[in-house]
Ligand binder design. Structure first.
Ligand SMILES: [Zn+2]
Length: 297
């Protein structure tokens, strides 16, 4: 009898243990993104994605002032390209732009086009923190989130059918068709409005991206803690795109959990900061206006 009781107790402990482990495992919202394969299947082809990205970029240059010919451009491009080479789409033409805007913001559109606001550069305290933002934006492009948004907008009748879009892009009458489509995407705010899960997926992809590129993964936690601080103390400083992401405290917790469960020690090694970051940041923070020209189209 006593043996049976002991056996039952062992079984109960084992079941409780298994339940506990499964609950803990379920608690990691990144599990659903593990071992995902990404491709353009079901979306625009890569060729069409690049053409549409080019037209969207023209719209962006009309809406935002881009900094050009500044040391900042070379610096952001070097970091961005290093991350991109360690991403799930190393072979596409990546472009990293600096937007002259004080709000703390960054965004990605399609086909390797990534934009960072000077406001974010001024707030970031290390190169690893800045890299975590770039890694997240690269993650959106690897995850085809912009393409998903195009498809969703099309599904709800907000845009011409996907076949029509592809036709317009491929048709060769570049100007009108694709330009109009790009204009609608930007004006309607479709392109960068991602679901919360797409944001989590971009965080997940970004975290592994910065780790592969040699950065200290703790930089990502620090960046979310910084955003958390800013969202409390000066919420207006957050750009609209970053403001629509999951709460920064949740993003910090997700990152910390992932590092603890799957990437132990990566927040203790790797690049945290560089002299170049400190130098360029000093210029941005002091409000020294980098040499710039407004692009014309
Ligand atoms: Zn995002």
């Amino acid at each position: 009898m006593r043996i049976l009781f002991a056996w039952h107790r062992t079984l109960a402990v084992a079941i409780a243990g298994a339940l506990f482990i499964s609950v803990v495992a379920q608690q990691n919202p990144y599990d659903k993104f593990r071992d995902q394969k990404y491709s353009n299947r079901g979306y625009l082809s890569e060729e069409d994605e690049f053409k549409l990205a080019g037209e969207v970029h023209k719209q962006i240059t009309q809406k935002f002032r881009l900094i050009q010919n500044s040391p900042l451009n070379g610096y952001i491009n070097t970091i961005g390209q290093r991350l991109a080479q360690n991403s799930g789409r190393p072979d596409i033409p990546w472009r990293f732009y600096v937007v002259d805007d004080k709000s703390i913001n960054a965004f990605a559109t399609l086909g390797g086009q990534v934009y960072v606001h000077t406001g974010l550069l001024a707030q970031a305290r290390s190169e690893a923190q800045l890299s975590s933002v770039l890694g997240h934006e690269i993650g959106h492009i690897v995850g085809r989130h912009g393409l998903q948004n195009v498809k969703r907008a099309q599904k709800y009748g907000a845009l011409a059918g996907l076949a029509q879009i592809a036709g317009a892009v491929l048709g060769g009458n570049t100007g009108a068709g694709v330009g109009e489509l790009a204009g609608n995407l930007i004006a309607g705010g479709y392109l960068m409005k991602h679901s919360r899960d797409a944001e989590r997926e971009a965080d997940y992809l970004g975290l592994y991206n910065i780790e592969r590129a040699g950065y200290n993964t703790g930089g990502m936690i620090e960046m979310f803690e910084l955003l958390n601080e800013v969202s409390r103390s000066q919420p207006d400083a957050l750009g609209s795109i970053l403001a629509s992401h999951p709460p920064p405290a949740e993003r910090a917790a997700n990152t910390r959990r992932e590092i603890n469960q799957h990437m132990a020690g990566t927040d203790q090694r790797g690049i945290s900061n560089t002299d170049e970051f400190q130098r360029l940041k000093a210029g941005v923070s002091a409000g020294q206006s980098p040499r710039r020209t407004r692009p014309r189209n």
